[in-house]
Design a protein around this ligand. Structure first.
Ligand SMILES: *Cc1c(COP(=O)(O)O)cnc(C)c1O
Length: 389
């Protein structure tokens, strides 16, 4: 179904905002502010667990808002980096000296790339764009293409051989990967790490790990425990997606003690704000974590059901994912940008085009799993749209 005249005008305005936003989508706030006539009801771009946000809100309300503590959080300085690292060290069962707390994982990525990655880095594509955009200008970025024919799964042996031939100083593995959700099982990733002791920095980004699982108990396995065995590993973890708290900026890195010391020597003293400190202190409380485990597992279950329903819609190819989103190839002859516009303007559903993602050839969108109710609306709208194509 084609857009009418008014809808086309809106489409032009969205395109202009998208062009201005570079390799990230314009935020839903920007869209609503600049194009008030646009009615957005579901943001399926943003990759977070909405139930975890509800949980955090409940704690925040009871412990900060309903008491006088919010004032303290706003009025006083938060703790210094190394103090919050000490809090985290308990939960992660690691020495505090190997934890670097970031203003979101993005700050950890930036710090690592700017301080420890000078020479060649291998980045698998498609990827989270910061890993090549934030590299030092002198760093040679070598792109390793994940094959569409193999559903973007990493071929362990081929990858190890590629890295051995390239001899990079650093490599990046996002597990599960963004944007495709491809997951490397624990033992396989362990094999990659064990096979590449000559690589100075093995950067593992586990920002979506809480949505992945190895068996039907939905438990996940983090590389944080293996860190002691492989000191060349730099683990990066965002709390934004799994805890649904991108607005407060909380993330951390785990790396060799001398690296953390180097970063803290001349910066990052109060880079966490009061709310993210409050979150990190919650994160080590068992009561909070057991409630979180319930909403994590509930959300995984609903996400897997969502993927099943998506895969039954005609003219869409859904790629396998162990994250809370999937990439979908549009096979109705439209470009992904056209398709995204239609979903937004006709149904109020904001999905992400992948037209700016290098290494994704074809018409792809990335769709996040939201609440069960929202997922149902997304499925209905897609059915409706594609029935007519
Ligand atoms: C979103 C994202 C980040 C950044 O997370 P923040 O903690 O919000 O800065 C890092 N890595 C990947 C793979 C992401 O998708």
């Amino acid at each position: 179904m084609q857009l009418n005249k008014n809808q086309q005008i809106i489409a032009e305005k969205i395109k202009a905002l998208k062009d201005a936003a570079g390799s990230h989508s314009p935020s839903i706030f920007t869209l609503i502010e600049r194009i008030p006539e646009l009615k957005i009801t579901i943001d399926a771009c943003f990759l977070s667990n909405p139930y975890a946000t509800d949980l955090f809100m409940r704690y925040l309300q009871q412990e900060l808002c309903d008491t006088k503590k919010l004032r303290d959080v706003l009025e006083f300085y938060p703790s210094q980096n190394s103090v919050i690292a000490e809090v985290l060290a308990n939960r992660l069962d690691l020495d505090k000296e190997c934890i670097f707390v970031g203003n979101g994982a993005i700050e950890v990525i930036q710090a690592v790339l700017h301080n420890f990655v000078e020479r060649k880095i291998v980045v698998n594509i498609p990827t989270f764009s910061s890993y090549y955009e934030f590299s030092n200008t002198k760093t040679e970025v070598v792109l390793y293409q994940l094959a569409k024919e193999k559903d973007f799964a990493l071929d362990t042996q081929a990858y190890i051989e590629f890295v051995k031939t390239q001899k990079p100083q650093s490599i990046v593995i996002i597990n599960p990967n963004n944007p495709d959700g491809g997951y490397i099982p624990y033992e396989e990733l362990r094999l990659i790490i064990a096979s590449l002791p000559e690589v100075e920095n093995i950067i593992i980004d586990e920002s979506f790990l809480h949505f992945a699982f190895e068996d039907d108990t939905y438990s996940f396995l983090s590389y944080s425990a293996l860190f002691k065995e492989f000191p060349n590993v730099i683990l990066i973890k965002s709390m934004s997606k799994d805890f649904g708290i991108a607005g407060i900026r909380a993330g951390y890195g785990i790396m060799a003690k001398d690296k953390v010391a180097r970063l803290l020597q001349n910066g990052y003293l109060w880079n966490s704000n009061g709310l993210s400190e409050y979150f990190f202190r919650l994160y080590v409380r068992n009561g909070f974590i057991s409630e979180y485990e319930n909403v994590r597992k509930l959300y995984i279950q609903q996400t897997q059901e969502f993927f099943t329903h998506l895969s039954q819609i005609p003219k869409l190819k859904v790629y396998p994912s162990k994250a809370n989103f999937a990439i979908i190839e549009i096979l109705n002859g439209e470009t992904s940008t056209e398709f995204v516009m239609k979903m937004l303007i006709k149904y109020g559903i904001y999905v992400r085009t992948c037209s700016d993602k290098i290494g994704l050839n074809g018409e792809f969108i990335r769709l996040a799993s939201r609440s069960k109710e929202e997922n149902t609306k997304i499925i209905q709208s897609l059915h409706n749209e594609l029935r007519h194509s």
